[in-house]
Design a protein around this ligand. Sequence first.
Ligand SMILES: O=C(O)CCC(=O)C(=O)O
Ligand SMILES: [Mn+2]
Length: 216
Amino acid sequence: MTLDLFSDAELPRGKEAIGPGAFVLRGFALPFVNDLLPALQEVEQGAAFRHLVTPGGLTMSVAMTNCGRLGWISDRRGYRYAELDPETGRPWPPMPAVFERLAQASAAEAGFEGFEPDACLVNHYEPGTRLSLHQDKDERDYGAPIVSVSLGMPATFLFGGFARSDKAARIPLVHGDVVVWGGPDRLRYHGVLPLEDRPHALLGRRRINLTFRKAG
Ligand SMILES: O=C(O)CCC(=O)C(=O)O
Ligand SMILES: [Mn+2]
């Protein structure tokens, strides 16, 4: 276990450009965290985390759930958005107001005014969990950005190019950081390296990522 150098209150703030339409907003989610965590619990209670299977038959190491009108799912038939949770047959839990406020404020901070997400994929990582390089391309149109919020354990985010084989930048993300990519960067490959075991004061041995999208 490594000691973190900064407490949440002291983390560096600011906007780092990682592309013409892509930014890391350091600590941008911190003022929302007190409201985000109970809202997240409600989402989990309505739609439990589960490990989805890829079309190729592999079980994903990230556990996922969703909130909002549409939820991203994967199974042997492919990747897609669905209005109903296939586990329960019920609609996904509604998107909590604080989720929506954070997503809109983050997008605006990155220059994307008027972002109205209809889907929030919630990713649950533990030590060793990874997410391989991929594009977010199951959405109906690519006019809206992706807003990605990091909570809990730190991670190394990979931000690549427009081909899987393009070299990817390694971007350290900590609790409260938000990454926004859109416009010319909307289809950049990205992923997450296997998480190290660095427990977080509030969330323990978990990293939660909220990925907001305009899917429908
Ligand atoms: O966990 C992250 O930081 C990225 C998640 C992601 O890219 C996705 O859910 O599509
Ligand atoms: Mn993604």
